[in-house]
Design a protein around this ligand. Sequence first.
Ligand code: PBE
Length: 267
Amino acid sequence: KEGKTIGDEVDYKITGIEPGAGIMTATNKALEEYDNLKDYKLVESSSAAMAAELDKAIKNEDPIIVTGWTPHWMFAKYDLKYLEDPKGVYGDAEKIETFARKGLKEDQPSAYTVLDQFSWTNDDIGEVMVDIQEGTDPAEAADKWVKDNKDKVDEWTKGADKVSGEDITLSYVAWDSEIASTNVVAKALESIGYKVKLVQLDAGPMFTAVAEGNADATVSGWLPLTHKDYLDKYGDKMDRLGPNLEGAKTGLVVPSYVEADSIEDLK
Ligand code: PBE
């Protein structure tokens, strides 16, 4: 490996996720703004394939650069670090926010109340994510968490009258964090009598579904930066219910053995 740059070793490749993810937009911006990244390319993939490539690289102790985010189980499983981002392309701390379709508040006030009160921590979502990553079915992992955390779920359902089998549709993207959160909110809604349908979409269609009333809500809006373009486009067609998780983050992530601390160290 003598004399080789990190770029040589990773083939000037950043392993990305689904097109449409905000982190892909941010990374394309990083490629433009950091001169030292001019030979690099961002490779589209999926969240699952990115995680599989990361796992393989770590097993071989090969360098790899991925688009990463917190909350994510990968930080519990591997020794990883975010590369510093002196140009601030990935923003500061993000919040994950809940959005509902216009009219949900009047049509299904109990569901609206639960969605509005839904809020948890990185540790909470981390438990569910690790459970899913270890092989538990997402609905089962969510069910278990909801049963083990009755006090929290009681806070979310406080003041929401029970219903009898009304339908609620939640849209989400197959990002590990959103698989966990959406399944947990679904269980909380089911606990007061809703029949919940989960619709997995790409990021754009996920917001369109709520804006056009084809889905009732999503708990997957990352702001102020990651989904800013979607907020600009659909914001006034949705009810913004506020954060459900604080202290989220996105950026370029490498195993700790990679000899770079900043994006500017990638040569
Ligand atoms: N993520 C996870 C998403 C939001 C949730 C960071 C991959 C994105 O980049 O759009």
